[in-house]
Design a protein. Structure first.
Length: 93
């Protein structure tokens, strides 16, 4: 019975990680695209109005996505980096 609870707990951890990374990252990207589109609007007179709050939100989302992609690449290549360069990332021994 102990093994069943342990497996269910580990399955729960994997499910949460999959939801956060599998659905959360594309959702953040969707927010970035939406805010970027609302960042500049054209008036009836032809003047351009900028929404600095929307542009700042889009910038933050894009930076977050870039950081997550770089961390994902480094996590995938952590054994190679540890072997070739001696830099131990994410607890690689």
């Amino acid at each position: 019975m102990h093994t069943l609870w342990l497996n269910l707990r580990e399955l729960w951890d994997v499910l949460i990680a999959a939801l956060v990374l599998g659905a959360g990252v594309p959702a953040v990207f969707a927010f970035a695209v939406r805010w970027w589109a609302n960042g500049e609007t054209v008036d009836a007179d032809g003047g351009v109005r900028r929404n600095h709050l929307a542009l700042a939100g889009a910038f933050v989302c894009v930076v977050l996505i870039v950081v997550l992609v770089i961390c994902g690449i480094l996590f995938t290549a952590k054994a190679f980096i540890a072997h070739q360069f001696g830099i131990h990332l994410f607890g690689q021994s």
